[in-house]
Design a protein around this ligand. Sequence first.
Ligand code: G4P
Length: 291
Amino acid sequence: MTIQWFPGHMAKARRQVTEKLKLVDIVFELVDARIPISSRNPMIDEIIQQKSRLILINKADMADPVRTKQWVAYFENQGIRALPINADKGVGLKEIQRVTMEILKEKWDRMIAKGIRPRAVRAMIVGIPNVGKSTLINRLVKKNIAKTGNTPGVTKAQQWIKVGKEMELLDTPGILWPKFEDQQVGYRLALTGAIKDTLLNLQDISMYALKFLEAYYPERLMSRYDLTEIPEDVVELYEAIGRRRGTLMAGGVVDFDKTADLIVRDVRNVQFGPLTFDLDVLDDGDHEEKE
Ligand code: G4P
């Protein structure tokens, strides 16, 4: 794969997150419910270290709800609390404060025991681009101030935003980068819109989507494109979809680029229903499961 991330850029982002970590009691690590592992920075444990953490599995509305439950259990098995949320509609946000207090209870109890008056909990959001950090900040503060710090060249003192009575949130999220030496991770990031189309070949992304749908959600694939069966030959499959959906060139020949674009857009727009792509860890590599 010819994707280039810029090491200097990543190192800087990491430094910034590490600096901000010193200011907070807890980190809200935002992941995409469709790809809860692929949307993480693989060095996240090293970056966050011993700091308390809550994983927020965002965009839960776009993911398979059964799988999201399994992902919550998976993270909790690893000793990290996790909550599914939909930052866009504000679903699950009330839970954040409650679970945060549970996570910090021991630390707070210790402070109280020492006679220190409990203060507001300080939190920050971290996550890869497009995972919903600004949306969540805006939702939590209920007004549109999250993007004000993003203007290039404008340096701004760190600001705390009040979230309820007991919590304060850093107004700028920590941006971490996904890493995808693994090609599958690249395709999943592309299919969920986390990385730009130009970084990967659209036909390859659509092919990955078709193979995935065929393996895990064949009924949805057939129903979306009105197919009675899924042709074994992938060229025939593109042609069947192209003919059904009218992605044709002059002379009625199927346009493969247009068809690829249509498939990728259909996945991103949840036209196959909610999907979870990261299944390998949950299924232990078992790709036999069908609907
Ligand atoms: P970022 O700060 O982490 O970079 O992400 P941001 O909040 O900008 O969110 C990226 C996109 O994801 C936005 O869509 C936002 O509306 C959407 N989004 C955030 N949370 C949720 C959620 O829980 N459910 C759903 N369905 N969408 C969510 P956008 O502005 O339309 O951008 P794009 O989709 O065109 O990239």
